[in-house]
Design a protein around this ligand. Structure first.
Ligand SMILES: [Zn+2]
Length: 78
């Protein structure tokens, strides 16, 4: 088989070139979210927190958001 060294060379060449090709193909399109995260108010300490990072508590049919587990525990429910 004379093809084997050629195949091996091709595999090595592709393995070396792939990272370069990837770097060219991905010019880091800074995928910024155009819409910012919603802010919610912590009813305990009156702090505004980003909804996606807030501690969520659902009781009595409504959801409340807290800045931390500590505040969620301090919440009296009213
Ligand atoms: Zn809080």
């Amino acid at each position: 088989m004379r093809l084997l060294p050629i195949l091996l060379f091709l595999i090595v060449a592709v393995a070396l070139l792939l990272p370069l090709l990837r770097r060219i193909r991905l010019p880091a399109p800074t995928a910024r979210r155009t819409f910012p995260d919603e802010l919610v108010k912590d009813p305990v300490c009156q702090t505004y927190v980003v909804k996606s990072r807030a501690v969520r508590r659902a009781d009595a049919g409504r959801v409340r958001y807290f800045c931390s587990e500590q505040c969620a525990r301090l919440d009296t429910g009213g």
